[in-house]
Design a protein around this ligand. Structure first.
Ligand SMILES: Nc1ncnc2c1ncn2[C@@H]1O[C@H](COP(=O)(O)OP(=O)(O)O)[C@@H](O)[C@H]1O
Ligand SMILES: [Mg+2]
Length: 309
């Protein structure tokens, strides 16, 4: 495809003191003032199926979906895995604006919309990014047509497109697929959940974020029952995490609701907020930041259940 030189994503060298501790149960005894953020990996945690398709979902905007998609992709690509990210958010298309697709000159430009309307295959809508190991299926505002025109079978479009591609090529073309979704539970988001082996849920630490979890939980349950029995919640990322009694309560509530999920705090970092403007993953823009380090640990845990970052 592209002849452009691609940037290698760096290995991190976070000081050991800065790493999050991994536990299998919350420590309830320590008062929150002296409590340090921890990653919970319950004994019941199971990594996703080998096709490793992750639906990054939360119908609340600003929850950290796009950031989580970019940083997990960057962490896995830095390990040499082949990663494809799919932008399924027409409202912002922030993923496409962050990881700019490199379109070949003189050829028609496809997007996820073209896949929903059967105009091309998923692979034909996949483009390299500037980063070694990360390819993208971009989106733009026109993806909203799927919600209005409701092409027949749209709920299954992504799952079918991934399955058809794997069948044609004798296995998945990518080691990992991450699908960034819109802040809504519309048809495209249902299609994303139908395609996923696991849901990854970024969750902001706020009262409204906590309330929104209930409707997400219902949607996931319905998709599980009707379209995709294997779907479960693999991990919840507590994004822009700050130490507070509320953050701790939220973490406890999330592990009650999703007893099989890993729970990964991503500490608040100004560098994370700046990275999209620089059009670079946080891992490249600020490899020394806590956000890059926390996502690296989270990426390892999501894939394997172990902290090898
Ligand atoms: N760990 C973090 N620390 C500080 N800001 C963050 C962090 N993670 C995400 N943000 C910022 O929060 C905002 C929402 O994140 P984003 O990933 O765009 O959420 P969503 O895709 O769910 O709408 C963005 O401005 C982003 O830069
Ligand atoms: Mg987003």
């Amino acid at each position: 495809m592209s002849e452009l030189p691609r940037t290698l994503l760096p290995a991190l060298s976070s000081p050991p003191g800065d790493r999050l501790e991994v536990v299998s149960a919350w420590d309830d005894a320590t008062p929150y003032q002296s409590w340090r953020p921890q990653i919970l990996v319950p004994a019941t945690f199971r990594p996703a199926e080998p096709s490793r398709v992750y639906a990054v979902v939360n119908q609340k905007g600003g929850a950290g979906k796009t950031t989580t998609t970019v940083e997990l992709a960057a962490a896995w690509a830095a390990q040499g895995l082949r990663v494809r990210v799919i932008d399924a958010d027409h409202q912002e298309a922030a993923l496409s604006a962050w990881l700019l697709p490199q379109y070949p000159e003189g050829a028609p430009r496809h997007s996820l919309r073209s896949v929903f309307f059967d105009e091309c295959s998923l692979l034909e809508a996949t483009y390299p990014t500037l980063y070694e190991g990360i390819d993208i299926v971009p989106s733009g505002l026109d993806l909203v047509r799927v919600e209005y025109e409701r092409p027949i079978g749209a709920e299954h479009t992504l799952a079918n497109a991934l399955a058809a591609e794997a069948q044609q090529h004798g296995g998945p073309l990518y080691d990992v697929t991450l699908i960034d979704s819109a802040p809504s539970l519309g048809l495209v988001t249902v299609s994303v959940l139908t395609a996923g082996d696991q849901a990854l849920v970024p969750l902001g630490v706020g009262g409204l974020d906590m309330k929104g979890m209930a409707s997400l939980h219902r949607t996931i349950t319905v998709v599980q029952q009707k379209n995709n029995p294997k779907l479960d919640v693999g991990a919840v990322f507590l994004t822009a995490w700050d130490k507070s009694g509320f953050a701790r309560q939220l973490a406890a509530k999330v592990s009650e609701d999703y007893p099989e999920a890993a729970i990964v705090p991503i500490r608040r970092s100004v560098r994370a907020a700046e990275a999209p403007i620089a059009e670079q993953p946080v891992r490249l823009y600020a490899p020394e930041s806590t956000a890059a380090a926390d996502y690296a640990q989270g990426a390892s845990i999501v894939l394997t259940g172990r902290d090898a970052a």
